[in-house]
Design a protein around this ligand. Structure first.
Ligand code: BEZ
Length: 401
């Protein structure tokens, strides 16, 4: 375990405004009213990985969220938006302390986080216990919108089940009957491979072997050697971030990309494609986004993201952008009065968002209903092949909402 202190960065503006706010309250406690609360900045706590294998993913979520807020002139529902952030390092063991700091010390109005399923589930527990508004901008842990669902918890992303279930049928349709799977041994890996296998075996496929290694290890050689010996029709995988870059390069370096087609959850090649270079060519994945989705919202989003950040947007940036759109809808519905929580939650839950990913709405468990696309890497882009399954709705098993 690292003894590094998690990074907690408070913007100067946020610090000044909260200090000023605290001073005002100390002097005039009885004057505090909903009107003053609505005039005060709305504080968003970003709890994301800014270091480690998922660092780039966290940064893109952060950039996407801030792009949306900037496009609205820094205000949503009439409230100035200020930020504070904590680096969760994708470490579940530090997650409870990290979110408690945002809620207790930083007094945030909303927590946005995170990427890693294990970290997210610790956040969900605290958010439920403290009734803090939480928008999950990536982590797919099924339970967050399953047995642990709650009125104050939303996702702008996906459930792990949702992104890979359609791939089971896609691979059967492509003629692959005997498939090996490979992933990290943690919640997201198990759930994504599990959903793929559910649909794949239901349609007559056979899993020849499930290969795993601990998160976030990247020593793939022995497992790649095992795949070569098994000679499956194809491989289905889940990796993301830095680990995905290394896996795709190692797979190609072993020559397997020429003989055993590589498939995966779209995180394998989203946000990683540039670093993977030629090694990624031909990889097919399923995800709720493709680079060349030809809808006006995506075209505008990609242009604005590139102008702001000098980089191409990806699914993580889209999820951050849409998380801010959800907050906008909630705050606008209550004219900035975040104390009107029930009305805010109702408005977000009923939202129909024209997202860069295509139509986005929410089920009762507050998980997105969205298209899942089949994509193929061509010329350094995750290009749309077809809609693998339209308007996919997570079953929300165990959710009582
Ligand atoms: C997860 O842990 O839920 C996750 C991480 C990276 C990409 C997708 C899902």
């Amino acid at each position: 375990m690292s003894d590094r202190k998690p990074l907690l960065r408070v913007t100067r503006r946020a610090l000044l405004s909260s200090a000023a706010g605290a001073a005002t309250l100390a002097m005039t406690p009885r004057l505090f009213s909903p009107a003053i609360a609505q005039a005060a900045p709305f504080k968003v706590g970003m709890m994301l990985p800014y270091t480690g294998t998922f660092a780039k993913l966290g940064q893109f979520i952060d950039d996407g969220f801030k792009l949306y807020v900037e496009q609205k002139g820094g205000k949503l529902g009439g409230r100035e938006i200020v930020f504070t952030q904590v680096d969760d390092e994708s470490k579940p063991e530090a997650a409870t302390d990290n979110i408690n700091r945002l809620i207790g010390r930083e007094k945030v109005d909303l927590v946005v986080g995170t990427v890693h399923s294990g970290v997210a589930m610790a956040m969900v527990k605290v958010a439920r216990d403290t009734n803090t508004l939480l928008i999950i901008p990536n982590a797919g842990a099924n339970d967050a919108t399953g047995p642990a669902c709650a009125p104050n918890i939303f996702r702008s992303s996906f459930s792990n089940w949702q992104t890979t279930f359609p791939a089971g049928k896609t691979m059967i349709d492509a003629g692959h009957k005997n498939v090996a799977t490979i992933t990290w041994r943690y919640t997201a890996g198990a759930e994504m491979i599990g959903a793929f296998a559910e649909n794949f075996t239901k349609n007559g496929g056979k899993i020849v072997e499930d290969l795993t290694l601990p998160f976030p290890e990247v020593e793939f050689q022995a497992l790649i050697t095992r795949i070569a010996a098994l000679k499956p029709d194809a491989v289905f995988s889940f990796f993301a971030g830095g680990g995905a870059v290394k896996f795709v390069k190692d797979y190609a370096a072993a020559g397997l990309n020429k003989s055993i087609p590589l498939y995966g959850a779209g995180f394998l090649t989203d946000g990683t494609i540039e670093a993977q270079g030629e090694a990624a060519n031909g990889i097919r994945t399923t995800l709720h986004y493709a680079d060349n989705l030809d809808n006006p919202a995506n075209v505008a989003f990609l242009k604005a993201f590139k102008t702001r950040n000098g980089k191409d947007g990806d699914i993580y940036a889209v999820q951050g952008f849409d998380a801010a759109a959800m907050l906008d809808i909630g705050l606008t519905a209550v004219k900035g009065d975040a104390g009107a929580r029930d009305a805010m939650v109702k408005a977000i839950g009923a939202a129909k968002i024209d997202s860069p990913r295509g139509p986005l709405s929410f089920n009762k468990a507050h998980n997105p209903i969205q298209n899942i696309y089949l994509r193929e890497v061509r010329n350094g882009r995750n290009e749309l092949v077809s809609i693998a399954q339209a308007a996919v709705d997570d079953p929300a098993r165990g959710c009582k909402l």
